[in-house]
Design a protein. Structure first.
Length: 180
């Protein structure tokens, strides 16, 4: 099936998504790589400078340029998701994130957390950073830029029909990667 969703999505919508479904999302997502995950792991929701609930988490270290006061996304391809395996269950549970977008899949620990929280993991093809950037309509906020640097900072992005994404791990515990 093919779905077009506006974030935030409902628990009922997430239950409809199954492995191999194609998904396009509109709304807000936030980027987080290794350093941002570790930083978030040490925090409570009230301590974060942004509210990730309702947004999709995108494993991405975007290439940005600044023109006057505005950030422009040059490239925003996915990064390898398995690097976040050790902390993703904490992020899903603690911060009410229900959609992860990344590359290459995640492991059993994340699959268990997806099932527990009713969440999904959607894969974005690697090597498509410019295509991804074209689907980003704006940068709402950036956090921890000075501390973590451009690729590791958290970028809150507005997206329109972001995809195509393939549902690779669904809320029932099924995983495309287990089947391969």
């Amino acid at each position: 099936m093919e779905y077009h969703a506006t974030l935030p999505v409902s628990p009922d919508f997430l239950k409809k998504l199954h492995v191999n479904d194609i998904l396009y999302v509109t709304g807000k997502l936030f980027t987080a790589r290794d350093c941002a995950h570790e930083k978030m792991r040490a925090m409570n929701p009230k301590d974060l400078p942004f509210d990730p609930s309702g947004m999709a988490l995108y494993h991405c270290g975007p290439l940005m340029k600044q023109e006057q006061e505005k950030w422009i996304v040059v490239s925003a391809g996915p990064t390898t998701s398995s690097r976040m395996e050790d902390v993703e269950d904490i992020i899903l549970d603690r911060f009410a994130v229900h959609m992860i977008i990344g590359k290459g899949g995640m492991g059993k620990r994340t699959a268990k957390a997806l099932k527990k929280t009713g969440s999904v993991y959607a894969a974005f093809p690697g090597g498509v950073g410019v295509l991804a950037a074209e689907k980003i309509t704006g940068v709402s906020q950036v956090f921890w830029l000075e501390e973590l640097g451009m690729p590791e900072a958290v970028w809150v992005l507005d997206v329109q029909e972001f995809g195509p994404l393939v549902v690779a791990m669904d809320s029932t515990g099924r995983s495309l990667y287990q089947r391969l």
